[in-house]
Design a protein around this ligand. Structure first.
Ligand code: 13P
Length: 341
């Protein structure tokens, strides 16, 4: 057994998933944030990234709905124009700062698969992030479907990476968010997504156990069980909710305090509706909190309102507050599409 402050970790994990609140993923790497800024025609520079993150983190009232924010390496070292570092600003608002600690993806094998980089030198990085104010971390692994993928080898390798990362993170006193994302890309059926999700989550929890990870001091960040983006299948929100919760009940031990979904390319309304369906149908019976850790599904309307212009900051912050409120309502199963107006 390793020496860990298990009660402290569990308290932070629970503090990230109180009823009515979820996480903002604002940990886009420099490459990814450029893609997001391309949608509104602005250039990604250190100044534009700082301005955008300041807009998000200072948005008035969002702390009512947002429990934590995942930052990127550059962002955790940045601050407001007035000189308040972002981790301190968030902490003062009662929002927990977290940090993406993986180093992105590299190719694996012959079937277009990927594994996640970043284990080398990780303990030293974790100590630095803790010093900078982070209380939790995130590591993303991706599993793709189609053309022979996923292979057992890629599933095993990604599960092992997630578990080793989680063990390092807990040793450093930081709550790990374990993110195995099954990509929506492709024309696969919802049944195929269900089978692949079962396989990766089974492998992940076996690896977490093998690495002595304390399940009460971590969160799981999975994708929902969905048909591929180009699939001819259509699945209702209720069907997605049923299939997703069924897979989670089969794989996720009840000692995990919370499940915080990624949005993964669903549009903002879809991501909210489906989280709502899960909480409405199963919220009272599942052993974990069913919450969100959305990137695109929280930020798309904000970027569209902002467009890189200082005069649009207030409107962009209002768009963020609205999306955060709608997802907060979905945490109670109380969201209605009419609330979008
Ligand atoms: P999306 O919600 O845009 O999928 O982002 C969540 C995330 O953190 C991906 O790693």
């Amino acid at each position: 057994m390793r020496l860990m402050n298990t009660e402290g970790l569990a308290e932070v994990a629970r503090g990230l998933t109180p009823l009515g609140k979820g996480i903002l993923a604002a940990d886009e790497s420099s490459g990814t944030i450029q893609k997001r800024f391309d949608t509104i025609g602005i250039e990604s520079t250190e100044a534009s990234r700082q301005a955008y993150r300041e807009l998000l983190f200072t948005a008035p009232g969002t702390e009512r709905y947002i429990s934590g924010v995942i930052l990127f390496d550059e962002t955790i070292k940045q601050g407001t124009q007035d000189g308040v570092l972002f981790p301190q600003l968030l902490t003062q608002k009662g929002v927990k700062p977290g940090i993406k600690v993986d180093q992105g993806l590299e190719s694996f094998g012959e079937y277009g698969e990927k594994v996640t980089k970043g284990l080398e030198g990780l303990p030293a990085k974790l100590a630095e992030y803790k010093f900078l104010g982070a209380v939790f971390t995130k590591w993303r692994a991706v599993i793709n479907i189609g053309n022979g993928a996923p292979t057992d080898a890629a599933i095993a390798k990604n599960a092992e990476g997630l578990a080793k990362y989680a063990a390092f993170s807990q040793e450093a006193g930081l709550v790990p968010i374990v993110e195995p994302e099954v990509l929506m890309d492709g024309d696969h059926s919802i049944k195929m997504c269900r089978e692949v999700s079962l396989a990766i989550l089974t492998a992940v929890f076996t690896a977490l156990k093998d690495n002595d990870v304390d399940l009460s001091g971590m969160l799981l960040k999975p994708s929902m069980v969905l048909p591929g983006k180009n699939s001819p299948d259509h699945a209702s929100d209720e069907e997605i909710a049923r299939q997703t919760v069924k897979v989670l009940l089969a794989t996720v031990p009840q000692s995990v305090p919370g499940i915080v979904f990624l949005s993964g390319g669903q549009n903002p309304q879809e991501a909210t509706r489906r989280l709502n369906a899960m909480n409405r149908m199963f919220g009272d019976t599942v052993p974990w909190q069913l919450s969100f850790s959305y990137g695109r599904a929280l930020q798309e309307p904000v970027l569209q309102a902002w467009k890189g212009k200082p005069e649009n900051v207030a409107a962009a912050q209002a768009a963020f507050l609205k999306r955060a409120w709608l997802n907060s309502s979905a945490r109670f199963g109380m969201y209605k599409p009419g609330m979008e107006k």
